[in-house]
Design a protein around this ligand. Sequence first.
Ligand code: DI6
Ligand code: FE
Length: 401
Amino acid sequence: MQQKLYINTNLATMVPNDVPYGLIENGAIAIADGKICWCGTGKEIPSQYVGWDHQDLDGRVITPGLIDCHTHIVHGGNRASEFEMRLEGASYEEVARAGGGIISTVKATRSTSETDLVQDALAHVDSLIGEGVCTIEIKSGYGLDQENELKMLRAARAITQQRPVNISTSFLGAHAIPVEYKDNDDAYIEEICIPAMESAHKEGLVDAVDGFCEGIAFSPEQIERVFIKAQALGIPVKLHAEQLSNLSGAKLAAKFNGLSADHLEYLDEEGVRAMAEAGTVATILPGAFYTLHETKYPPVDLLRKHKVPIAIATDCNPGSSPLSSILLTMNMACTLFRLTPREALAGATRNAALALGFGDRGTIEAGKRADLAIWNINHPGELSYRIGFNSLHQRIFGGAT
Ligand code: DI6
Ligand code: FE
């Protein structure tokens, strides 16, 4: 049995209580068999842990292992040329309508083998792991046919054979309309998206079902058809909603008890209310906001007012958010969206776990997975404050360093 005691640490437990960050100063934490068995102050270490192999952390902060709950990390190629086009004046929507955008990544992803997709993804996964990330959500959505959607999901799952990290997969068949179904989007949903979802589910490749509800993608009616099937299969749903316009996607996600609605710049109070009632997490994505030079802000004050949990994520993708740093994402969430450092850390831990439906991680509590990050800082507020600086000391994944 693997046992370890960490002492002389400031524990940002992220357990919601009256103390900011659920902070335990001069704390200690005991882990065994991949789980946290006890945490508290150094003065109250129960006698059964006192003799364990221990490490003195010299006042360093421990947080829950970070969670990136919205990524498109598996994809072929890159879109640097589009970045340039947008800087020359074209909008994201114009690029998409001209056959660029998501569709150009579909072409690149279809022509990349599963092995190469994994290899390409690992570079970004390593960047996240190097910043204390222990769980990553990865979406399909650049295959848009049965073979390639499944290939993406298998690649996402295969990452866990190469790196110590948890992967949660989302089937995003309703991401864009492939060229072969141009002007035939209803047929795409019936003939490709839904059957591919069923096959992927049969293969155990789907932890959640996602969609892109937008003028340049799918209507609420089309997304609803996908969600009805997902529900029948017992798969939880989430949705890219209100990113470029308000189609009441968040309300739709809430109607299906969605785990999360993501992006949300154009969300209104009615949508916020629906999310609050359904317990749907608001995942906001500062990388896409920044990259697209968006000027409309997600309604953070309304989310606070209605007590909707806020998660943050990189949205790591080759088009709208080529961002592979969760620490920079936390800083951007504070500076761009005015989240407090405490909200930003909750967004990448406790609330990100909620957005993925995980009850076994995201806070430091007895019984939870021993996914932890030890930082060369003395107070957790320092994590969101620095820009482009990584203070990770050590990552603990399932109890292992
Ligand atoms: N919204 C996004 O930000 C990503 N997908 C989506 O529906 C962008 C994907 C891309 O541009 O490749
Ligand atoms: Fe996305």
